[in-house]
Design a protein around this ligand. Structure first.
Ligand code: A3P
Length: 304
């Protein structure tokens, strides 16, 4: 049984729009214990597709790819409404929406695509029971950290990151929303051996998007023409998504995401960590990484 407790002391800032609840020691943006109960008891359907990521790993990018696949490459259909409104985010209640996304999901017709950042051990058990397909996208820790830091600066939903040095320490010790990156990527990596999980890497999608889209199509048992696949690659490229108001999060109210502080579509490149880490930070990070990832068969690339 997951241990649930409120934790405002370490993470609150006056403008934080999320309530944060610790579940099994992991800070989650969950409104209340009652809401956590609803999340754990969420009833999945066998034809649900779950998109799971640690924050800042390319979730929005994969959502756009999946929407394009679902709509057979119809760009206009994918521009019907912004990403946050297109697909529910299982554990979140956004301040500009009337109800939690979970309730929106309950009312949706099948097949549903649902996003979550939950670690594998906190996922609603019905997802395993119904043997739902899951796409997991992982991104190297250093770029995730940098992207998460800038996201904290612009997202008033989240606690104030203070400065990069402090955020770096919190990230390494897993004292950030959704917990430790290390546990998240390893937990889902292990889960893929016993469940229907397609485990992808941000850096691979960046290197060869067409190849990774083919993997997604195969996993979803869908075929599309080469022309459509090329259109998906183009429409979901960083340079195109950056100027698409339905994908770049500029349609989200500015009191939630403040693009004048930092853009949501910021760099979109592996290797930006080099512009943020000092030599010492990098050495310490590598040492800690080695310790936490020993024995893991999971390898990441930190630049391309
Ligand atoms: P950066 O902050 O490094 O630029 P998420 O959607 O999980 O919150 O991830 C956001 C990160 O993915 C941001 O990283 C964003 O720029 C990047 N991203 C979004 N769309 C992308 C795309 N089409 N290509 C590459 N990166 C993308």
């Amino acid at each position: 049984m997951a241990k649930v407790e409120k934790n405002f002391s370490t993470m609150e800032r006056s403008s934080t729009l999320f309530n944060i609840l610790e579940v099994d020691g992991i800070p989650l943006p969950v409104l209340s214990k009652e809401m956590w109960n609803k999340i754990s008891n969420f009833q999945a359907r066998p034809d649900d597709l779950f998109l799971v990521t640690y924050p800042k790993s390319g979730t929005t990018w994969m959502q756009e790819i999946l929407d394009m696949i679902k709509n057979d490459g119809d760009v206009e259909k994918c521009k019907r409404v912004n990403t946050l409104e297109r697909y529910p985010f299982l554990e979140v209640k956004f301040p500009h929406k009337e109800k939690p996304d979970l309730e929106i999901a309950l009312e949706m017709s099948s097949p549903r695509l649902i996003k979550t950042h939950l670690p594998s051990h906190l996922i609603p058990p019905s997802i395993w029971k119904e043997n739902c397909k899951i796409i997991y996208v992982a991104r190297n820790a250093k770029d995730c950290l940098v992207s998460f830091y800038h996201f904290h600066r612009m997202a008033s939903l989240l606690p104030d990151p203070q400065n990069f040095e402090e955020f770096y320490e919190k990230f390494m010790s897993g004292k950030v929303l959704f917990g430790s990156w290390f546990d998240h990527v390893k937990g889902w990596w292990a889960a893929k051996d016993t469940h229907q999980i397609l485990y992808l890497f941000y850096e691979d999608i960046k290197k060869n998007p067409k190849h990774e889209i083919h993997k997604v199509l195969e996993f979803l048992e869908k075929t599309l023409s080469d022309d459509i696949i090329n259109r998906i690659v183009h429409h979901t490229s960083f340079d195109v998504m950056k100027y698409n108001p339905m994908a770049n999060q500029t349609a989200v109210p500015s009191y939630i995401l403040n693009h004048s502080i930092s853009k949501f579509m910021r760099k979109g490149m592996p290797g930006d960590w080099k512009n943020h880490f000092t030599v010492t930070m990098n050495e310490n990070f590598d040492k800690y990484y080695e310790k936490r990832m020993t024995g893991a068969t999971l390898t990441f690339c930190t630049e391309i």
